[in-house]
Design a protein around this ligand. Structure first.
Ligand SMILES: O=C(O)C1=C[C@@H](OP(=O)(O)O)[C@@H](O)[C@H](O)C1
Ligand SMILES: C=C(OP(=O)(O)O)C(=O)O
Length: 430
């Protein structure tokens, strides 16, 4: 599916935020790792969360589902002896399950997105699993990957956090189930540190004890633990909502997004503060962000690592700011569904934006008078590129055609419906 995004000066209305992708994948996983029956209320419905559902079912969890919840009877520390798993294009799901697959005799993760997830590196996790006595067959650290596990060892484990926090999260899900205690040391740096906070929060809710240093660089994980069966409720999703909020910020708007908890541990919550720093008129109260945009934005400087999945949406807003914005400490955007610096900026430039890249930075010289548009955008298989370019298209003089926009369903299948509800002029072309 392609979409045509036409100039849209005004947005009005209210929507409920989609459910959080990161919490859904985590709750489904800890429910599968418990032996009893857990309930996950308001799970996300998207390609990534479906990938986790499908894989835990393949590994032996029993799922029943209605409109509002999934009830899951887990497999505990004994997943089924499955030969193959397909995670689609879901990075976090792959990394978490690569660790859990260490409890199986032999599992192969297939490569169904060779031009997206198929290009992403997993070496740091492969290396850590190797230290635990798990044999991993791979193509230069990439899919397809075969894990030969059985009885992984605990003890001292070192993992680099320089590329992704998902490798560390994966080890934190696995190690409580081992016989021995584990000590995990994070090497180099830890990117997306805030997301590890979500992992620790969910582990604690599942009754797992982890001793973490305050900088999240050292962890002591007692072995022999069991995940408890619990009831979990998924909160609203800030990364996806960031695109809606950015859309409201660049237009004359009166938009409310509900179900966005002020106290959330999602780093992308910072989109609200960043838009405020950009002088966007907004309030955030009782879980509702209310934007009454006037289209005028001040430039901003922001450490993007604190809100990694909202950076593209913030950059889209900055494209129309009165001055130069800088998003720094964002190098690991290069290792996501596409290179979210080079590929994204290439598409923004095609639309007429004045943007520059550094190895770990995006610099945006705002054009408050709007962009020319009138071009075809390559989605690069990336839902966040699609959402951000939709925001930009609202303020282009000529329509933007976003090719292969169906990839938005990786995290936010109802994105275009929500935008159209708010009054965006968007046409689907099958
Ligand atoms: O742990 C997770 O669920 C995620 C961690 C982040 O990735 P990195 O740690 O690779 O930045 C984030 O971008 C991704 O969408 C989900
Ligand atoms: C990078 C993302 O996801 P993942 O790493 O799980 O593929 C994302 O949702 O933006």
């Amino acid at each position: 599916m392609d979409v045509i995004v036409r100039p849209t000066p005004e947005l009005n209305g209210e929507i409920g935020a989609l459910s959080s992708k990161n919490y859904t994948t985590r709750y489904l996983l800890v429910a599968a790792l418990a032996e009893g029956t857990s309930t996950v209320n308001y799970p996300a419905h998207s390609e990534d969360s479906d990938a986790m559902r499908r894989c835990i079912a393949d590994l032996g969890a029993v799922l029943t589902e209605d409109e509002e919840k999934i009830v899951i009877t887990g497999f505990g520390r004994r997943p089924k002896d499955v030969k193959e798993l397909n995670v689609g294009n879901a990075g976090a799901v792959l990394r978490f399950l690569m660790a859990i697959a260490a409890l199986c005799p032999e599992v192969t993760f297939v490569n169904t997105y060779p031009d997206s997830l198929g290009k992403r590196p997993h070496d740091d996790l492969i290396n850590a699993l190797g230290q635990m006595g798990v044999e991993v067959e791979h193509r230069e650290g990439r899919l397809p990957i075969t894990i030969r596990g059985g009885v992984p060892k605990g003890g001292k484990i070192r993992v680099s956090g320089a590329v992704s926090s998902q490798y560390l999260s994966a080890l934190l899900f696995l190690t409580p189930l081992l016989e021995e205690d584990s000590e995990i040391e994070v090497l180099d740096d830890l990117k997306s540190k805030v997301v590890v906070g979500q992992t620790l929060e969910v582990l604690e809710q599942a009754g797992i004890v982890v001793h973490a240093s305050s900088d999240y660089m050292h962890f002591r994980v007692p072995g022999g633990q069991s995940y408890q069966a619990k009831t979990y409720t998924v909160q609203g999703d800030y990364p996806g909502s960031a695109a809606i909020l950015a859309a409201a910020a660049v237009t004359k708007s009166n938009v409310k997004v509900h179900r966005l908890a002020e106290q959330s541990k999602q780093g992308e919550r910072a989109v609200v503060d960043v838009l405020q720093m950009m002088d966007v008129p907004l309030t955030h109260q009782d879980g509702t962000v209310h934007i009454q945009g006037n289209g005028r934005l001040r430039p901003v400087e922001f450490d993007g690592d604190a809100a990694t999945d909202a950076v593209l949406a913030m950059v889209a807003a900055a494209v129309f700011a009165e001055g130069t914005s800088r998003f720094y400490n964002v190098e690991n955007l290069r290792y996501k569904e596409c290179d979210r610096i080079t590929d994204y900026l290439h598409e923004l430039k095609k639309a007429g934006a004045d943007v520059e890249e550094r190895q770990a930075e995006i610099i945006v010289h705002g054009r408050p008078s709007g962009l020319e548009g009138g071009v075809e955008i390559n989605a690069h298989y990336d839902h966040r590129v699609i959402m951000a370019l939709t925001v930009v298209g609202l303020r282009c003089k000529k329509p933007l055609v976003i090719k292969d926009a169906h990839h938005v369903a990786k995290s936010y299948p109802q994105f275009f419906d929500h935008m159209i509800t708010l009054g965006a002029s968007i046409e689907r072309v099958e």
